[in-house]
Design a protein around this ligand. Structure first.
Ligand code: IPD
Ligand code: CA
Length: 268
């Protein structure tokens, strides 16, 4: 099935909005159970799985030649050349979801031949929505996004995140202890997909994180790139598990060099 990036985005937006509604509804319904019979993890896992099943079911029913990569499906999903692989984070910001902090999202991207061509991130708590198509710009509520105009690191508000593994966190914390003295301030909101959208619209000057999975950054990474940000790893590497940095071109070199100096991509 041949579809333009714009057509893929229309599908993604419709499916992601419905998925966000399911996530929100499940939280409203389940939250009484958290204090009684369910464990914290049950609530999140049940919602994660239900949202992923819903999205996968709709996409594969409508587009049987496509593939879906989501947290439940693991990394190994391949599709035939030219076909679309959807990349889904059913609920990004699961800890916020658990606590009812309004910073959790459905992230859905369409990738073709290894390149993300369309993406949407929907904040499921607020309904805020960010979209992009490759070459078509990044948008929020009809406004085209162009990132921050900040040019110096010491004036920059930097978003980041921490992995779940304690040893990785120890390294990330050590990096942070140094970096925080060189920037305006640090923010850790808890949903990588939304952090990338905030950087795309300039609500954060830049964002970086080590250890992200593809579903964390596929949609948000395109949105940031289409807003004009440089989205990459360190020393010319592509953005990936080692490191993802998203910063406007004027800010990127200073942040990049600081992260290299502090060995932000190192550690476990
Ligand atoms: C996590 C969030 C968090 C980031 C972690 C991710 P999850 O995703 O995006 O902000 O720091 O690296 O794993 O577990 O909430 O889907
Ligand atoms: Ca995630």
């Amino acid at each position: 099935m041949v579809s333009t990036p714009g057509e893929l985005l229309s599908v993604a937006v419709r499916v992601a909005r419905d998925a966000a509604a399911t996530a929100r509804r499940m939280r409203d319904e389940a939250i009484g159970d958290v204090e009684t019979k369910s464990t914290d993890t049950d609530v999140v896992t049940a919602a994660d799985k239900a949202v992923e099943r819903q999205v996968t079911g709709v996409l594969l029913a409508e587009r049987p030649d496509d593939g879906v990569l989501g947290e439940e499906y693991g990394d190994a999903v391949t599709v035939r050349p030219g076909a679309v692989r959807w990349i889904l984070d059913p609920i990004d910001g699961t800890v916020n979801y658990l606590y009812g902090l309004p910073q959790y999202a459905v992230s859905l991207a369409a990738e073709r031949d290894g390149e993300v061509v369309a993406g949407v991130v929907v904040n499921a708590a607020t309904g805020d929505e960010w979209t992009a198509t490759r070459g078509g710009g990044a948008w929020r509520a009809g406004r085209r996004l162009s990132g921050s105009v900040r040019t110096t690191l010491d004036q920059a508000l930097i978003g980041t995140g921490f992995g779940y593994d304690a040893r990785r966190r120890a390294h990330q914390g050590a990096v942070m202890a140094q970096l925080i003295t060189r920037v305006r301030d640090i923010r850790r909101f808890g949903a990588a997909a939304l952090d990338l959208c905030l950087a795309a619209e300039g609500s954060l000057d830049a964002y970086f994180e080590k250890g992200l999975n593809l579903w964390d950054h596929a949609a948000g990474g395109l949105i940031a790139a289409e807003a004009g940000l440089v989205v990459s790893g360190l020393a010319g590497a592509p953005a990936g598990r080692e490191m993802l940095v998203a910063a406007p071109p004027a800010l990127f070199p200073a942040l990049h060099d600081a992260l290299v100096e502090l060995d932000a991509a190192g550690g476990p």
